[in-house]
Structure formats: structure tokens, C-alpha cells
Design a protein around this ligand. Structure first.
Ligand code: 5GP
Length: 184
């Protein structure tokens, strides 16, 4: 789906699909160089990071394995609750592994900081983060991702995996959702 298929719902396209792919290729080249000669496990955070992981891992030129975790912090609203629950845990033992957590968006940092301390306690050799999007103005807990796709303003965005009430994940672009859609 493209933003112009739902023109009354998306007020602005923040990042086009070409810009997304170009940036993913740049980050993948950096990750290839940084992890050369080491094993790498991508941990995708469901469901928002599915499309980032799918595209990003195909830009990598080295072998990689992938596993998934599902955590919940939001429900179907648009404000972070700070309450994190594991809905689906990893199948992989992290002992001695180099882990790169792939996130769709870093907002307040509540979810990611909780997730990182959880993963770090499992004996991994290293745990780093690639977040496609980051809202620097919204950050409440210091989390320093090793790789960031794009810094964006503090607005509610959808598309490229990111949802509102489970819709818009299949939008090709990252766009700003019209507040009228969520009654804002
Ligand atoms: P945090 O705990 O950093 O505040 O929020 C992280 C999670 O909140 C993300 O993984 C995502 O699920 C959700 N989130 C935060 N900001 C946005 C946004 O602008 N759009 C959407 N769709 N989800 C968001």
C-alpha cells in the first residue's frame, strides 16, 4: 500500500521507500564491516521490525541468523505505558553470541532499555541495537543504539512495519498518521 492509497489518513510522508532502502544498505555495509569474522544473531522485535529485518538482512553480505521476540508496551494506544511484557521469547541460547537487536522505533526508550537488560543477563558476548527510527525529543531513558536509520520528530508515525491498531504495517513509506484517525 502507498500513502496515496489512503490520502485522507496520512498527512505527510516522512521517509520514502527509496530513502529507506538506501539507508538500510548503508547501515548493512557498516554492520558487515563491524562484525567481519564474527557470528551475528539478529533479534527482531515483533511485530514492528518484521519489514526492517526482512529488508535489512538481505542487504548484508555476510552470513547471519535471525530470531524473534515479541514484547508489549503500548496496547493499541499511541502513548508509551512503560509496562513491558514478553509475549514471545527467543528460541536461541544467547551464551557467547553477538546479538544485534533490530527495532522499528526508539521513542521513550522504556521498551528497549528493559529489553537490553533482559538480553544482557543471558550471557551474550555483545548486545547492540539497530533502530530504524529514533525520536530524540521523546527519549526519557538513555539508550544508545549503535546504529540509527533516521532521527524523526516527536510525531506518531505508521508504515514500513509500524502500526496503528494493527493497520498500516503494509504501507511502503513512513508517514505521519492524521490525528483524526486516532481521535487526537
Ligand atoms: P518506547 O518504549 O521507546 O516509548 O516505545 C517503543 C515502542 O512503542 C515501539 O516499539 C513501537 O511499538 C511503539 N511506538 C513508539 N512510537 C511510535 C510511533 O510513532 N508509531 C508507532 N506506530 N508505534 C510507536
Amino acid at each position: 500500500m502507498d500513502a496515496d492509497h489512503v490520502p485522507s489518513e496520512i498527512t505527510e510522508i516522512l521517509i520514502t521507500d527509496e530513502q529507506l532502502q538506501r539507508r538500510l544498505a548503508e547501515v548493512a555495509a557498516q554492520v558487515d564491516a563491524d562484525y567481519a569474522g564474527r557470528d551475528l544473531l539478529l533479534v527482531g522485535v515483533l511485530k514492528g521490525a518484521t519489514i526492517v529485518v526482512a529488508d535489512f538482512m538481505r542487504h548484508l553480505k555476510s552470513h547471519v541468523t535471525v530470531d524473534w521476540m515479541a514484547v508489549s508496551s503500548y496496547g493499541s494506544g499511541t502513548q508509551s505505558s512503560g509496562v513491558v511484557r514478553i509475549l514471545k521469547d527467543l528460541d536461541t541460547d544467547l551464551e557467547g553470541r553477538n546479538v544485534l537487536v533490530v527495532e522499528d522505533i526508539l521513542d521513550t526508550g522504556l521498551t528497549l532499555s528493559w529489553l537490553l537488560s533482559n538480553l544482557k543477563s543471558r550471557g551474550a558476548e555483545s548486545v547492540e541495537v539497530f533502530t530504524l527510527l529514533r525520536k530524540p525529543e521523546a527519549l526519557r531513558i538513555p539508550v544508545e543504539p549503535k546504529y540509527v536509520g533516521f532521527d524523526i520528530p516527536n510525531v506518531f508515525v505508521v508504515g514500513y512495519g509500524l502500526d496503528y491498531a494493527e493497520r498500516y504495517r503494509n504501507l511502503r513509506q513512513v508517514g505521519v498518521l492524521d490525528p483524526r484517525v486516532y481521535g487526537g
